[in-house]
Design a protein. Structure first.
Length: 455
């Protein structure tokens, strides 16, 4: 169970915490006693973003200053919990604008995170005396759920564990859940999901969660749930396979966003679909050159078994489109090409509607949780040509993230409003507020976009 840390209601031992931008610090410094100014100057502290300085007191530490860069970015505050001493408790000194205070709480909650399932963290975060607003707590919880789920190794985060997480959320919010498992996938016409997952000792499945009132705008979320990706018979090299526990990052985003929607009672009718599989190597593994069926009736030639995410997504997207939602979003750790093009921090956004794309881009700017739009350049469908099937699942190395999105688009219903997010879901190294490992990217902007459309 994901826990938010870093907050307390006990102010008995709290020290004053000054949170300010560099310009504000210069004005504040000018009003201080010469001894304090000398203390600050001796440490060359100027209030720049990402900085912290402790202030002297009669019996040790008398307070601290947290320097903030972009005050509209929650991560501008996220360095504080581990930059301040362990065991220290802090209370905001003076007033902050409401927006800054909200972002301070959000950044503090995100910055206090350490993955603690298998070992105790080296230290605890500093505590802030605060009670974050319900929405802030729900956003933090959703973000930390993504981190926890992605960080968890596959032995504890296989298809059944994803199902368990979905059932836990459904139970908490009064949602309905249905799971189609193993050979039942063939019986109920989800052959592509079955083909990818059939080689594993853990049965593939389609997890379907439904929530909300009939008649409300219908939003469908789909998340790629490849709980481990060996590459299949087109096996990945060791360094490419090392972190493939994170290949269910799309499912983690979709599931966490669904939990946030339900917790905040967004007035929508919600459908969440997660095709959950392991892309394993075994006697029954699907092979390069095979032609597999799909729910939509299109035949797929397997050019590469390591392009499996789009194969399971095509059945789920077809099923989602059959229900004719007002909006369909999918999240997937789909291509290395997107990372080469945009790096780890910018998820690649593909959308078949300019207004929808602009709404998400604007939400990304407001929340400092960005996405970057990429083109659905349909002439590149030629790279998915098959000589024996309706299309291939891969092909040329050209425009890899674009061709993957174009493949998915073939399974979107006529006239269906749709956006696809190719997300990395991972921090390769340590940064303040962003520990190495699983990461929620564009989750907050997706929520902001949905709020703008439906709240």
């Amino acid at each position: 169970m994901t826990q938010i840390t870093g907050f307390t209601t006990d102010a008995s031992k709290a020290l004053p915490l000054h949170v300010m931008e560099r310009e504000q610090f210069a004005a504040w410094r000018a009003q201080q006693a010469p001894a304090l100014v000398a203390w600050l100057d001796a440490q060359h502290f100027n209030g720049s973003g990402g900085s912290v300085v402790l202030l002297p007191g009669d019996a040790g530490i008398g307070g601290a200053i947290v320097g903030v860069g972009d005050p509209g970015d929650a991560y501008a505050y996220a360095h504080a919990p581990f930059a301040l001493p362990e065991g220290s408790v802090w209370q905001l000194a003076g007033e902050l604008p409401e927006t800054m205070q909200t972002l301070l709480h959000l950044g503090w909650g995100l910055g206090s995170y350490r993955f603690a399932r298998y070992r105790k963290p080296n230290r605890a975060p500093a505590q802030l005396v605060a009670t974050p607003a319900a929405e802030v707590r729900d956003v933090i919880t959703a973000s930390l759920r993504v981190r926890d789920w992605v960080n968890t190794p596959t032995e504890d985060m296989g298809p059944q564990h994803l199902e368990d997480a979905a059932r836990e959320l459904a139970s908490a919010h009064g949602a309905q859940i249905e799971v189609i498992t193993g050979e039942a996938l063939l019986e109920q016409n989800f052959p592509a999901i079955h083909a990818v997952g059939r080689a594993s000792h853990r049965a593939p499945r389609l997890i379907a969660l439904r929530w909300g009132q009939a008649g409300a705008p219908h939003v469908a979320l789909v998340g790629k749930g490849v709980c481990f990706d060996t590459g299949g018979l087109d096996i990945k090299p060791a360094d490419g396979m090392r972190n493939m526990k994170k290949d269910m990052g799309g499912a983690a985003h979709a599931l966490a966003l669904a939990g946030l929607i339900m917790a905040q009672q967004l007035p929508v009718q919600l459908t969440l679909l997660i095709p959950a599989v392991e892309n394993a190597i075994g006697p029954d593994a699907f092979r390069p050159g095979e032609v597999i069926a799909t729910r939509k009736g299109l035949s797929i030639e397997i050019d590469n078994t390591d392009a499996e995410g789009r194969v399971i997504l095509c059945d789920a997207l077809t099923y989602a489109s059959e229900q004719k939602p007002e909006l369909l979003l999918d999240f997937a750790t789909l291509t290395g090409a997107a990372r080469i093009a945009l790096g780890p921090d910018l998820p690649a956004l593909f959308a078949n509607d300019d207004t929808l794309a602009q709404q998400w881009l604007q939400a990304g700017d407001r929340t400092r949780d960005p996405v970057w739009r990429m083109p659905l350049w349909r002439p590149y469908l030629r790279y998915l040509h098959s000589g024996i099937a309706d299309l291939a699942n891969a092909g040329s190395r050209m425009a890899g993230s674009v061709t993957a999105a174009l493949y998915l688009e073939r399974f979107i219903g006529e006239g269906q409003l749709w956006a696809h997010l190719d997300v990395y879901a991972w921090n390769d190294g340590e940064r303040p507020g962003r520990p190495a490992g699983g990461e929620a990217l564009a989750l907050r902007s997706a929520w902001q976009m949905l709020k703008t459309r439906y709240a």
